[in-house]
Design a protein around this ligand. Structure first.
Ligand SMILES: [Zn+2]
Length: 307
């Protein structure tokens, strides 16, 4: 699907429920005009040509949009409503042109079948009266009946996105280590789910602050190499984590303390003696550090630690 096509479909979804009077916002002012590029569509475009029910853009194999009507002089009632006031339909019974002389009939039907087979949504307008159209959002052609009517059911990109996110969350739950995750779809999930998973993994190792006796639910899963400097895989790698109480997390995060390759604490000269004392920071403190943690800690000592 090209960016213009996809943009137009997104625009249909966005315009759902809106009444458009006149053709200016659907196809432009004159027959040669098009709508100007906007935040949805990068080029001049049309939502529908307003000539007939089916709109198949010239040279394209698919149906872009459909103008449904409910009047007897067209095809009768085509819209089965769920809630008419909210522009929500249960299904639309899309009738192809019925005149045998109509020379675009075949290409219209072919286009509808193309959408059906390739699972491509279409935009839906409802003509309420001459020059008055309500945008019904998006639909998907789900079947072709024996009498030639195509059945359209509602479709929404937003719901698809929600469904995908749910699936991805489940996948992430199941994975133990995630090597490379670098798509924008994953990103949203990672930020929400990743932090929880990261902490749960750390809690399997220990139930208290690495430096003191404070326990859950007062612990923070701190990243050794900071979150905003990490790749997605590093963000989820539990070897890049330390469980700390809020005070010790703050000192570590701001670089007032770090640890050497043996896990021995290094205290910044910028940390006031009195705070050191009050926060229980002692020169001989050591924490457990494994081989992989060592690499992250090296980064922390070099770039985060206030020497
Ligand atoms: Zn602590």
């Amino acid at each position: 699907m090209d960016s213009v096509h996809k943009g137009i479909l997104k625009k249909f979804e966005y315009l759902k429920g809106q009444l458009i009077i006149g053709k200016k916002e659907i196809k432009g002012q004159n027959s040669t005009d098009r709508l100007s590029p906007d935040s949805f569509v990068p080029e001049k475009h049309m939502l529908h040509d307003l000539i007939r029910g089916f709109y198949k853009p010239a040279g394209k194999p698919y149906l872009l949009s459909y103008q449904a009507t409910e009047s007897e002089d067209n095809y009768g009632k085509q819209i089965i409503w769920k809630n008419e006031n909210k522009a929500e339909f249960i299904r639309i019974e899309m009738a192809p042109p019925n005149s045998p002389k109509d020379n675009r009939k075949k290409s219209d039907i072919d286009a509808a079948r193309y959408n059906l087979i390739n699972n491509i949504p279409i935009g839906i307008l409802r003509k309420v009266k001459k020059g008055h159209n309500i945008i019904l959002g998006l639909g998907k052609i789900t079947s072709e009946r024996e009498d030639g009517i195509f059945i359209i059911e509602p479709f929404s990109y937003n719901e698809l996105k929600k469904e995908n996110l749910k699936k991805l969350e489940e996948i992430i739950e199941e994975l133990d280590e995630i090597e490379v995750i670098n798509t924008s779809v994953f990103r949203e999930v990672i930020q929400r789910q990743g932090q929880n998973r990261f902490k749960r993994t750390l809690l399997k190792r220990s139930n208290n602050c690495a430096l003191c006796e404070i326990e859950e639910p007062f612990l923070i899963a701190s990243h050794i190499k900071p979150w905003n400097k990490c790749t997605d895989a590093e963000r989820l790698n539990s070897n890049n984590g330390l469980l700390l109480c809020p005070n010790h997390d703050m000192l570590f995060d701001r670089g007032y303390i770090t640890f050497d390759e043996h896990g021995l604490i290094k205290i910044s000269s910028k940390l006031p003696e009195i705070i050191k004392l009050k926060m229980g920071i002692k020169e001989d403190t050591t924490i457990f550090i494994n081989l992989q943690m060592k690499e992250y800690m090296k980064w922390h000592s070099q770039y985060q630690f206030k020497k």
